[in-house]
Structure formats: structure tokens, C-alpha cells
Design a protein around this ligand. Structure first.
Ligand SMILES: [Zn+2]
Length: 379
């Protein structure tokens, strides 16, 4: 018998396909689902304070095991009271396992069945991550939800290589569960298998059979087409059937993808996209995206979005923000980030309300008109 889950997930079905409207209770509070988690890679959502995050409506955030363990190290964060206290965020935190960054960021790496040896992108020093060490690091950080250690592969690789990484991910899933470090921390398993339907089916069956507290879908939003992503999510949804655990789509954060994934039963999202594009001057509104570096904005006295309640929109004009970006002033990065996080979380709130009111397709159609072109450009 597995121990009782440290999280509690309740949800109801809706009229929008497989969409679920729910609530996830963790040791640091409850969140409404579907929900988006802003990414705090280095124990900070870049340029935002915890007060900013609360004002933006953030309920749960994500921290990165790979980055935090290289600097300042998990042991140091544990000595300082854990990640919640270290970064002064009192809400729920999910940590990834480091797998994605090892395979996307580390300069040199060698994979064997036991784990991965890699070279730090910071100083070239050599490190090793195994499922056991990834779980130990996440226990030291003290997140509410830890992720199993997985092997990411480019879905465009030969099928045999994708299948090999998937099989290794399944073996590592069992070791991650065996290595779970604390009873108050939930552990989610990760489904891999690229965009091959048969492999995805096999991976869903293998991961769902294990006593994880939640199921994540990895290996998407890595360059595949929108059609491949949707078809893969359909395969996963069919494989999971009426499985009552929370479902988390990793690395997806563009407005139209939210609708496509929620309709296929996804409850949780994370992505650097809203914060990353903000730092280039790109802000999101119901009318689509706006680039604050465009010359046309230099004389525009209107706020980014007149309906948005964030500090940037309540206080400043587009013209002022355009000036800040041209002058590379730090306040510009913070205000654009605050706006995009606020707008994205407000979109999720409206999405949840639409599920309750039966207006999901109307909201989706409205957002699609403004964002279809953007999704093509940034995907
Ligand atoms: Zn705003």
C-alpha cells in the first residue's frame, strides 16, 4: 500500500471536451485548476518579488532543480530553511527534476542507465544526476510537488532512440518513487515517447500504473507541430481514461495551447514564454501581442491594456514603457513581466469561469482571433 498522498485533487467534468475544473490542495495552500505556474528558474520569477506575484494572481510557481543545485546548491537552500523561506514565497512550489535542463542546457553529457554525467553551463565543472539524487535535491528544496527524473529526447530522432529513452524514463520513474525523500512532498511521474502514438500509449500505461500523485506529459513544445501536440495529448487522454490524478503539461504557455490542452484534460501548465518575451518588449493583450519597441508606440498615451489591473497598466502609458525599453531601464523589464504574468493568470481565471458558465468555445474563439498569428510566429 502506498502512503496517503500529500496532495488532494478534486475536480468536476465540464461540457468542453475532457476539460476538468478542479482544486489541488498542497501543504502550502490550494490552487484552482486549470492553472498556470510562472517559472522561477533561479528562485525568482525574473524581476518580480513575491508581492508582485501575489498581486498578479499567482497561486503556484515552479523552481528549477538543475539551476538551484548548481547555484546556490540544494544543501545551502536546505540550511537556510528550504526554498519557500529562501525566496520568501509562501505558496505552493513545484520543482522539476533537472532532466530537461541537463538535456537542453548542459554543455557535455553522458547518459548511462544509472544517470547522467554533465558539465555545468556556468563554470564547466562536472556533475552527476541520477533519479535518487534528483529526488534528494528536491527533498532538500522542500517543494510541494517533485518531479520524477526523466530523459528528454528530440522527437525528431530515430524511433529506436526515442523508445530507448522512454524505456529508461520508465525505469527511472520507479527509482524516483523509491527515492522520494519526504512524506509531505507529492511526486509526479512523466510520460515520454515523442510524437509516436504507440510509444506514447506504452508510456502512459507504464507511468499511470505507478503510485505517483500526479501525471505529467513531457517532451512536448520542443519544436513539434501544433497538430502533433494535439494528437499526442489525445493519445495520453485516452490512455489515462478516468484517472483522477492531476495532469500537468510541461513547458506549454502560449494562449492558444492552453485551450487545446485544457480541452484534452490538462490541469496544470508552466512555461517561460510569458516572462521571456516580456523582457524583449513583447506584451500580451486581448487584441494580441504588442511590441513595445515599435516606433508606433512612442507617442501612445494609452496603457498596455485598459482592462488590466496590473501596476504597469494602472500607472503608465505605452509611450513611457517604450521609452524604458529603448533606454534599457530595469523598470521596463519588471513592468512588462508583471503585465504578461498578470494577463496570463487572468486568462486562466477567465478560462476556468468559461468552463463553469459553458462559454469555453466563445472565449477560445475570441482569443484565437488575436493570437493565431502570434502562435505561429513564436512556436
Ligand atoms: Zn497590465
Amino acid at each position: 500500500m502506498p502512503p496517503p498522498s500529500p496532495i488532494e485533487f478534486t475536480f468536476g467534468a465540464t461540457t468542453a471536451g475532457r476539460a476538468r475544473l478542479g482544486r489541488l490542495a498542497t501543504a502550502h495552500g490550494s490552487i484552482d485548476t486549470p492553472q498556470f505556474m510562472p517559472v522561477g528558474t533561479q528562485a525568482t520569477v525574473k524581476s518580480l518579488s513575491p508581492d508582485d506575484l501575489h498581486a498578479a494572481g499567482a497561486q503556484m510557481i515552479l523552481g528549477n532543480t538543475y539551476h538551484l543545485n548548481l547555484r546556490p546548491t540544494a544543501e545551502r537552500i536546505a540550511r537556510l530553511g528550504g526554498l519557500h523561506r529562501f525566496m520568501a514565497w509562501d505558496g505552493p512550489i513545484l520543482t522539476d527534476s533537472g532532466g530537461f535542463q541537463v538535456f537542453s542546457l548542459a554543455a557535455l553529457r553522458r547518459v548511462d542507465d544509472d544517470g547522467v554525467t554533465f558539465t555545468s553551463h556556468l563554470d564547466g565543472s562536472t556533475h552527476r544526476l541520477t533519479p535518487e539524487r534528483a529526488m534528494e535535491i528536491q527533498a532538500l528544496l522542500g517543494s510541494d510537488v517533485a518531479m520524477a527524473f526523466d530523459q528528454l529526447v528530440d522527437p525528431g530522432l530515430p524511433r529506436a532512440e526515442v523508445a530507448d529513452a522512454m524505456a529508461r524514463t520508465h525505469r527511472w520513474a520507479e527509482r524516483s518513487l523509491a527515492g522520494r525523500g519526504r512524506p509531505d512532498q507529492a511526486v509526479f511521474g512523466i510520460v515520454q515517447g515523442g510524437v509516436d502514438p504507440a510509444l506514447r500509449r506504452e508510456s502512459v500505461a507504464a507511468v499511470a500504473a505507478l503510485p505517483f500523485d500526479g501525471i505529467a506529459i513531457g517532451g512536448l513544445s520542443v519544436g513539434e507541430s501544433k497538430a502533433d501536440m494535439a494528437a499526442t495529448l489525445d493519445v495520453v487522454a485516452e490512455g489515462l481514461g478516468d484517472d483522477a490524478r492531476p495532469r500537468y503539461l510541461m513547458g506549454v504557455g502560449s494562449p492558444l495551447d492552453f485551450f487545446a490542452a485544457v480541452e484534452r484534460g490538462i490541469d496544470l501548465f508552466d512555461c517561460v514564454l510569458p516572462t521571456r518575451v516580456a523582457r524583449t518588449g513583447q506584451v500580451w493583450t486581448d487584441a494580441g501581442r504588442l511590441n513595445l519597441r515599435n516606433a508606433a508606440v512612442l507617442d501612445d498615451p494609452a496603457p498596455i491594456d485598459a482592462t488590466c489591473a496590473c501596476e504597469a497598466c494602472r500607472t503608465f502609458s505605452r509611450a513611457y514603457l517604450a521609452h524604458l525599453f529603448r533606454a534599457r531601464e530595469l523598470l521596463g523589464y519588471r513592468l512588462a513581466t508583471l503585465h504578461n504574468v498578470t494577463w496570463t493568470l487572468e486568462l486562466m481565471r477567465r478560462l476556468r469561469a468559461s468552463l463553469l458558465e459553458g462559454t469555453f468555445h466563445t472565449l477560445r474563439s475570441d482569443i484565437s482571433k488575436s493570437f493565431a498569428r502570434m502562435d505561429e510566429e513564436v512556436s
